[in-house]
Design a protein around this ligand. Sequence first.
Ligand code: ATP
Length: 698
Amino acid sequence: MTTNSVGTAHAEGHGTIHIGDNHNYRSDWRLSVPTAHDAAFDPFAEQHNARCHPDTRTELLCQIRECAHNPHGEIIFWLNGMAGTGKSTISRTVATMFADNGLLGASFFFKRGEGDRGKAALFFPTIASQLIRKIPALEPYVREAIDADGAIATKSLRDQLEKLILQPLDRIGQAMVILVVVDALDECDGNNDVKTIISLLAQANVLCPARLKVFITSRPELPIRLGFKNVQGRYENLALHQIPEPIVERDISAFLRYELARIRNEYNSEALKGLELLSDWPGEPVIQTLAQMAVPLFIFAATVCRFVGDPVWSDPADQLEKVLQYQTNTHGSELDKLDTTYLPVLSQLTVGGTDLQKAAYWLSFGIPIILLAQPLSVSSLARLLNISPRGVSRRLNSLHSVLSIPSKADSPVRPFHLSFRDFLVDPTKRAAEFWIDEIKYHKTLTNRCIQLMSQHLRRDICSLQMPGKRRSEVDQQTIDAALPPEIQYACRYWVYHWKESERLIRDGDLVDQFLKRHLLHWLEVMGLLGWVSESISMVNDLLGLLDVQGSDKVSAFLLDTRRVIRSHCSIIDMSPLQVYHSAIVFTPEQSVVRSTFQHQFPAWLALPPGVDLDWDACIQTLEGHSNWVSTVAFSHDSKTLASGEDNTWITWDSHNFLWLPPTYRPGYSDITASIVAIGYPSGRVLLLAFSFSHDLLT
Ligand SMILES: Nc1ncnc2c1ncn2[C@@H]1O[C@H](COP(=O)(O)OP(=O)(O)OP(=O)(O)O)[C@@H](O)[C@H]1O
């Protein structure tokens, strides 16, 4: 059995494969396939990101090149190594190398916390869209697959790979090598998805004799190691930590030598006569010391160079001295190396203040940047935190060595490297000066998200006026003008921050108050942004956070909310203002949500239609198969449902849910406690709950 990783097919916020069109833009997802925005290696966008310095990784790059060109070799080459050892830099270099030779088929750079780049759902469609651009002969066959099944992006990963990639490649008889680069697979959410991707790619040559080669990098984390263990013998691999230390030290020295010389020359070109750095500064012994401090972490060398070269601190020699003070840690663990990497930068911020001032200075805005679920610009961050953008911008000046700070206030700020976050939140460092209590700051972020939404959200926020106006008819400018990035962020991630703040939900608290005032406004926005199906997982998350005592009312409200969303998901997705019309009007009389928002009924509705007293047995309809569902079975814990035509697991993941009228003849069924699953010839699986059980529905 394989894990079904079906993601939402709603395209807003994603790119979209448009046959014959090279641009990513919004469109009706039913006619095209969504793709993950910015996941691909793009020589222009990536021009400022690091590539391997020419004197580094020479043997390794040679080995990768040979594997890719070996017709008898395995499809996959897996490069693993710990944080900061230089894997993404190698991926970028390999992608550039193969792109220059016209042999780069596609690439996907996973990035946790950056929307679809942190998930598997759009992985194969994104690869397929790039392959079409690279090999236009694939176009008719990919088009055929999309025409045959407009919802292909919601199908299992296996279906997506076979129909969008392998079958088209096979049909054109692709004979030339094409390389697919997959960077940071460990940053893909969902352990089962990760394992599925590995297993599918390892078998790709069975389904398609094309000369497809895949270069994968990742940290050696457990799910990935397990994934590769399952396909033993069907991949080649190399661990960066297996490269002999002298070679890594040689490479890091080459990088340091080059970068420090550049810093020296830049400094000297503006220095007053007599104050220049010596022409051989910092000298070979210092370079060797720094290289030994760094091994095996390239991130150490890169951060030191940014720190020493940062013009805010003017004297490179002084800066270098501060770094060298930490050299006693050189023979320590990986965490000691991270200390040595980041402590000089942070200690510098606090020179001269009291401990309290120091903490306040750094904590006031730096932390949100590393805790955000998705990067925001200085302007948006300032509005989210309710502080002056100039204040944010000024303080950011001291953090150029660790944060990538664009020159424009509306471009996103992000940490240069994930290891900075790892260093700050490391639970084993609670007593350390710069340790961050994530929970506390997630709480602040949740509160700000809820405050911002409460101030901003209102009915018909885009002034569409017509309740039937389709989302596909609303242009992006209208949405962006009404919903600036920080509001979009708050709507999408307030539950994430609440969950991370480890707070429970009780009657009358902030969540309860917000939902009772703004549930419909929030759902309207989620509809406008194409995220309605995500709202189901968000409600599920909230249900998992209920306090067992004192949450009866909010619990009933949330359970009812979930039924409302599941029942009206497709109409809200199509025409978001319908949340104030059909969604509420056609909700059963005893629904708590209906009674809470009864005052929102359309004014013209003199006589509301008759509706059922309570919800009926149908809790949801799962979609995912393209053929007859011939069998369904629940797992022992009742949380996972397998259905098959193709033995695909369909999990209780809201991304799978699309409501369709149950007009098809039942085919096959299975029962767990009070829930019955019925498979239909139409390829849908219906879940019926015969007595309403909280436990089973959560
Ligand atoms: N060969 C190299 N030449 C020059 N700079 C390098 C090289 N390798 C790494 N670097 C520098 O080190 C930094 C960290 O490397 P990189 O991001 O590639 O590490 P990583 O192993 O992918 O880390 P993670 O697992 O945390 O994502 C890069 O941003 C780059 O500045």
